[in-house]
Every structure is written in structure tokens, then in C-alpha cells.
Design a protein around this ligand. Structure first.
Ligand SMILES: *[C@@H]1O[C@H](CO)[C@@H](O)[C@H](O)[C@H]1NC(C)=O
Ligand SMILES: *[C@@H]1O[C@H](CO)[C@@H](O)[C@H](O)[C@H]1NC(C)=O
Ligand SMILES: *[C@@H]1O[C@H](CO)[C@@H](O)[C@H](O)[C@H]1NC(C)=O
Length: 456
């Protein structure tokens, strides 16, 4: 108990001193400048992924990489951007969130507050980012899908009834000197994801090594022995939702229920994922808004998004009726807005882009519908986009506004989409979270945002 209090005192001191450092930092002034001007000039080149990984492995915390990019531990060499795959996975993710929230509402409605919900989760197969953790003794490195919307952490284990091919060797609990099997009746898990995929197995406790400083004994994770689908050569899922089998609820004391990540600004750079003290000391943030936790929907993190501004033009979400609930999700790529807001944003964006020729959306699967042909342009002027939250405003990174469709052609599209099936819901996707520090302080129910340091 004493050490716990001491730890929090340390955190406080650190928080305070990091605010002091920020005040003196020059990028604070740059941000202020962005707010005065209503456009950014973005180099076209910067919107194209390069052929090699420029990002160095992170010195602190875990390295967060795009799973298909040249920095991915899963890709031996650079693959060309599979935009189509990203679009399809993104749609599958949002579809799974839509139906999951729908079914939870029905269950809650039918059985009242105490209804025991089956373990279901939105589709982690759609998530684009991976991290590598260590499990057991001797430590085995496993590359897992990073997912703030998943309630369970699992990896495929040997022996396995129905495992899909993964890049890492299968984890063998019997070969780990620190593993202990769970021997109660609640030792098996079974999870049905909302995209129809399924995973089941048993729980094991073992040493989890995130970084040399962050090791957790007796971490409970799922040892998967039967999977219906392929989870893209990864070794499983790192679930950062709030369900009772996640990293968050399992090792909360150790890192005080705080984590922070930065989604890389391009596919050839690395992001980071930090926990606890490391997160507070390395993730600079200056904007705070409440994190809204809904006990009925533990796999989602909600935030009160009140509006979105393009340049000086503001569009209010809070005046919609009903005001949409907004999820911050690492597994969705493109931010979803209620259709009325999306249409207004798109019209305003088109005004800024009127000097460029409009381009047709390349095919129906892309589904980004506001595209421009930027052939011959070295730079593109984009409106600044600001997300307005309760108590704070966050200006997006220039790389978060448009999506360059192909590596070779010069077509860019507005990287937002409407969600006509759920006009009462918005989702902040990872394309818009790029190069921001996003710190989840679950204990104090706060989100912190700041300009991240994972652009290159
Ligand atoms: C099973 O239940 C026991 C007693 O409630 C608990 O201590 C243990 O953590 C549970 N195991 C799992 C894997 O949830
Ligand atoms: C394996 O998973 C399938 C669903 O994909 C399920 O029907 C089957 O019962 C599972 N088998 C075992 C042995 O758990
Ligand atoms: C955010 O922006 C809106 C619109 O410009 C403004 O009214 C509001 O005061 C800003 N909020 C903060 C906390 O700066």
C-alpha cells in the first residue's frame, strides 16, 4: 500500500514537471500557429509510403508498427500498400462494432442490467497495428494485434487443434518454467467475434515481459487451441479494452491503469505503446477530456466529441438529436461521422480543394467519396481539421486528413466516412489519430492528447 501511494506521488510530481517542460517547448507555438491559419501545406511526397522502414525501434516501451508496412515484424520485405485490404478490413470492423452495439443493447433491454453477456467482441482481425511482447521463461517474442477494442489477450499455443499459420513459433506453456496452468472450472475461454470469427482455448498464467522494466508475473492470458479464421500471420491479440481478462484489468496496480500510444504518421515509421510511469514521462500531452466508461460496453472507450472544425468552419455534433456517442478505436481506420455531419464536412472540404480537379473514387470498395487528382503538385493545401471535445480541442496531424489511394498515382481522398447504419454513433479511427500522443488514464477517467513524436 505504501509503495502504491509513493508511486502515485511520483506520478504527480512527474505530471507537473512534464507540463512545465511543455510550456517551454517550441512545438507548442507551432500548434498555436496552426490554429491561426486555416490551412496546412502538405508535401505530396510525405503522403506516399517509402520502400524501407525509416523508424528506429523505440527506446522506451513497445514499438507499434503497421502490420503490412516495411517496419512490421511480420513483413520480411516491403509490400506495396494494400489499400483495398485496408478498406475491406475497416468496413468489417465498423460493421462488427455496429452489430455488437446493437446486440448488446437488445440483450440489456431484454434482461435488464444484470444480464450476463456472452463474450463477444468487435473484430480484431481488422486492426492494422501490431506490437511484440515477450511471454514465458525463457522469453518467447510474440507479435500480437494491438487492439483497444478487444477484451481478451490470447496467443496460439502448442499443442493446437486448429491453429492458423503464424510467423512466430507457437508458444509452448510446458516449455516455460514460469507458466502455471489454471485448474479451476473457469479455465477455458471461448470468444465469438462480431465478424463471425471465433477463438477458444484455456487460460494460462505466465510471466509477461513488455519491456525489461515492465514485467508481470502470473499474467493470465488465453492459450488458443482452436481458431476459425486466420488472424493475418500474427500470434494473437493484445486486448486493451476494459473487460476482466485484459492487460488493463490484470496488471492495473502495476501501471496504474494508464497507457499511451502514438500511431505512426506513415507506414514506414514506427509508433510506440507505453504503460504507466513510462507513459506519463514520455508521452507529452496538453489536452485533457473526460474518458467515458459505460459498464455495459466495456470493450469501447467513449469520449464526448462535441464538434469538428475545418479551418474556421465548425460543425456541431452535440446539437444533433440524439447527440452521437463517440468511440475512440485503434482498430477502425477511417473516422465515421453521422451522415449529416459528414456531408457538411465534405462540402466544406471541397471548398478548400476547389482549385484541384475532382477525381472519381477508383472503385466501390474504396468508398471514400471525395477525391482529387493532384498530378503535378508538389504540395497540397489542406484545411486544418480540429476535433472539439468537451473541455479541449485537438488539431489533427496533416497526414490525418487525406488518404493517398495508391503509391504511384496522385489521387487523394478525404479520409472520413459516414456511418449511415448508426447516425447516433461516431468512431475516431486510427487514420485520424496519427502522430498524436493518446494517453488513456482509466483510473481517473481521462483522455490526454498531445502532439506525438512518431512521424518519421
Ligand atoms: C477463476 O476464478 C477464481 C476464483 O473466483 C479466480 O481467482 C481466477 O482468477 C479465475 N480464473 C480466471 C482465468 O479468470
Ligand atoms: C473449434 O471452433 C469451432 C468454431 O470455429 C467450434 O464449432 C468447435 O466446437 C471448436 N472445437 C473445439 C474442440 O473447441
Ligand atoms: C474549442 O473550439 C471552440 C470553437 O472554436 C471554442 O468555442 C472553444 O472555446 C474551444 N475550446 C477550448 C477548450 O479551447
Amino acid at each position: 500500500m505504501a509503495s502504491y501511494t509513493f508511486f502515485h506521488l511520483l506520478l504527480l510530481v512527474l505530471l507537473f514537471s512534464s507540463h512545465e517542460i511543455e510550456k517551454r517547448c517550441s512545438w507548442g507555438r507551432e500548434m498555436a500557429n496552426h490554429e491561426e491559419h486555416d490551412t496546412y501545406a502538405v508535401e505530396m511526397k510525405s503522403l506516399t509510403p517509402a520502400t524501407t522502414c525509416k523508424g528506429k525501434a523505440q527506446k522506451r516501451g513497445l514499438t507499434l508498427a503497421h502490420r503490412q508496412g516495411p517496419c512490421s515484424p511480420l513483413a520480411a520485405h516491403r509490400q506495396s500498400r494494400d489499400s483495398k485490404g485496408i478498406f475491406l478490413r475497416d468496413q468489417a470492423r465498423v460493421h462488427s462494432i455496429n452489430i455488437l452495439r446493437q446486440s448488446r443493447m437488445l440483450i440489456a433491454g431484454n434482461h435488464g442490467e444484470n444480464a450476463r453477456l456472452p463474450i463477444r467482441s468487435s473484430s480484431p482481425r481488422a486492426s492494422e497495428f501490431v506490437v511484440t511482447i515477450g511471454l514465458g521463461t525463457p522469453k518467447v517474442d510474440l507479435t500480437l494485434i494491438f487492439d483497444t477494442g478487444s477484451d481478451i489477450t490470447w496467443t496460439q499455443c502448442k499443442p493446437c487443434l486448429g491453429c492458423y499459420p503464424q510467423k512466430d513459433p507457437l508458444f509452448e506453456p510446458s516449455k516455460s518454467t514460469t507458466s502455471s496452468p489454471c485448474s479451476a472450472s473457469n479455465c477455458t475461454y471461448s470468444i465469438d467475434y462480431a465478424d463471425g470469427s471465433h477463438s477458444n482455448g484455456y487460460y494460462v498464467r505466465d510471466l509477461l515481459t513488455l519491456t525489461p522494466e515492465y514485467q508481470f508475473q502470473d499474467f493470465i492470458f488465453g492459450c488458443s487451441e482452436n481458431n476459425s479464421h486466420d488472424f493475418g500471420a500474427t500470434s494473437g491479440i493484445l486486448g486493451l479494452g476494459q473487460g476482466d481478462k485484459t492487460l488493463i484489468s490484470r496488471v492495473e496496480q502495476k501501471f496504474s491503469n494508464i497507457f499511451c500510444y502514438c500511431i505512426p504518421g506513415s507506414k514506414n515509421s514506427n509508433g510506440y505503446l507505453l504503460f504507466g510511469f513510462d507513459a506519463l514521462s514520455n508521452c507529452q500531452t496538453e489536452n485533457i477530456t473526460p474518458l467515458i466508461i459505460d459498464q455495459h460496453e466495456p470493450s469501447f472507450y467513449f469520449v464526448n466529441l462535441v464538434g469538428i472544425a475545418l479551418g474556421n468552419q465548425k460543425f456541431s455534433l452535440s446539437s444533433e438529436s440524439p447527440p452521437p456517442k463517440t468511440i475512440i478505436d485503434s482498430g477502425t481506420t477511417f473516422t465515421r461521422l453521422p451522415p449529416s455531419i459528414y456531408n457538411a464536412v465534405r462540402e466544406e472540404f471541397d471548398k478548400y480543394m476547389s482549385k484541384y480537379p475532382r477525381a472519381k473514387s477508383p472503385s466501390t470498395v474504396w468508398t471514400l467519396d471525395t477525391c482529387y487528382d493532384l498530378r503535378g503538385q508538389e504540395n497540397v493545401n489542406l484545411p486544418t481539421v480540429t476535433l472539439q471535445f468537451e473541455k479541449t480541442n485537438v488539431t489533427l496531424d496533416p497526414s490525418a486528413i487525406v488518404w493517398r489511394v495508391n503509391d504511384d498515382d496522385a489521387q487523394v481522398c478525404l479520409a472520413f466516412k459516414p456511418n449511415p447504419k448508426r447516425p447516433d454513433q461516431a468512431i475516431i479511427g486510427n487514420a485520424q489519430q496519427r502522430n498524436l500522443n493518446i494517453l488513456f488514464n482509466i483510473r481517473d477517467e481521462e483522455f490526454h492528447f498531445g502532439r506525438g513524436d512518431c512521424a518519421n
